[in-house]
Design a protein around this ligand. Structure first.
Ligand code: ADP
Ligand code: MG
Length: 373
């Protein structure tokens, strides 16, 4: 739907490359893409390019006929002399072939839907930062764009305010808007994105499915970027190394309520068992005593898996992943916690504590479980 082909934009610089270099990327209908990369890697330049706000040195940007891409930057300021409602309707009234009454109706509907109707007649200076950014987003939505380009729109907000904005983005994603989002919220990117783009020095060095990007990452540099950023995300904790890996799993087994069901999508394979080592016996003892059941949808069952299923038929429920689902990651859902595991090099657990994300994965898992019947 939106396609950038070999786009290059070079800003003058004496030393390193500044801008974006020969990037080709496609945004499909309804697709959510997150863009990651260090500061200065070209993320904003790419978004501005996709929005048609930058003149490229070379390359082509094509947007399907009659479609619009709306860009929302970090410091999007609402017009201060207009009320919230007036901010929403001004641009559509000037630019869209739509009656004023219908535009007004849509604005009121959006405010109502996202519980912002109490602020309709307020001026922006009377809103919190989080409210302002949600209105800025809705103002972009009012133009009926096909693609929303969101550039770190929560980076200036406190964590409490961030959640409301991220929830709104999530709702818009569900509505089917295609989005390209620059964000530093790793847990958010994990839960909302279909694909991840990773930029380095203006180059697109990875364009990958989200699950693969986070949990089967083979590029060392990107992996350490993920872990560094994850450490700064307060919803996320990272456990690295065999000892932490074992301690984490033992702790988890102890804190779960009796009769819990643990959902695992992607499979626990030989690597998991061998990493648990002799702890595996203790682990299983606690698990069996407390009647904790694994429900696992895995790609293939390893020899060890098969043996374990035979030994503990009531505790492990295995199903095979439907063929059409590509999910190479290990996602485990424990109540409000999702863990993803990375095994290459050294065992790593990324733990995300967030009811919202856990619920999303749980729903995904339940669908997977049904589909695997
Ligand atoms: P990011 O959003 O990933 O932090 P940007 O796309 O903003 O990166 O910037 C990429 C590089 O291009 C940086 O080195 C930045 O200094 C440079 N740059 C961005 N915009 C301009 C501009 N208008 N003029 C000159 N240099 C720019
Ligand atoms: Mg930027």
């Amino acid at each position: 739907m939106l396609k950038a082909q070999n786009i290059t934009k070079k800003y003058p610089s004496d030393d390193e490359f500044r801008g974006i270099n020969n990037i080709t990327v496609t945004v499909n209908r309804g697709e959510v893409i997150c863009v990651l990369g260090a500061s200065g890697s070209g993320k904003s330049t790419l978004l501005r390019a996709l929005a048609g706000l930058e003149i490229m040195d070379s390359g082509l940007i094509r947007l399907e006929d009659g479609k619009l891409a709306s860009y929302v930057p970090q410091d999007y300021t609402l017009w201060p002399h207009l009320t919230v409602l007036e901010n929403l309707i001004l641009a559509p009234n000037l630019n869209l072939k739509e009656s004023k009454s219908s535009i007004l109706e849509r604005a009121k509907f959006l405010l109502n839907r996202f519980e912002l109707n109490d602020f309709a007649d307020n001026y922006p200076s009377h809103l919190s930062g989080g409210q302002r950014q949600r209105i800025a987003l809705l103002r972009a939505v009012m133009m009926k764009p096909e693609v929303l380009l969101l550039d770190e729109i929560t980076s200036a907000l406190d964590p409490e305010l961030t959640k409301g904005v991220l929830d709104l983005i999530r709702a818009l994603a569900k509505d089917g808007y295609a989005m390209v989002i620059v964000t530093h919220h790793m847990s958010f990117a994990m839960s909302v994105a279909d694909r991840i783009l990773f930029l380095k020095n203006g180059e697109l060095i990875q364009d990958e499915k989200t699950a693969t990007f986070f949990t089967a990452q083979t590029n060392r540099e990107i992996k350490s970027f993920i872990l560094d950023i994850a450490k700064r995300d307060e919803l996320i904790e990272v456990f690295k190394g065999t000892e932490q890996f074992q301690a984490y799993h033992m702790g988890l087994m102890k804190r779960l309520p009796d009769n819990s069901i643990i959902y695992v999508a992607g499979g626990v394979g030989d690597a998991w068992y061998s990493l648990m080592g002799e702890f595996y016996k203790f682990y299983e003892k606690i698990r069996i005593k407390r009647h904790i059941v694994w429900k696992i949808v895995s790609y293939t069952q390893s020899k060890i898996d098969k043996r374990l299923v035979k030994d503990y038929p009531k505790l492990n429920q295995f199903r095979n992943m439907p063929r059409n689902i590509q999910n190479p990651a290990n996602y485990n859902v424990f109540g409000d916690t999702v863990i993803t595991q990375i095994f290459q090099d050294e065992p790593t657990i990324i733990q995300i504590r967030n009811q919202h994300i856990a619920d999303a994965y749980l729903r995904f898992f339940e669908e997977l479980w049904d589909a695997s019947k």
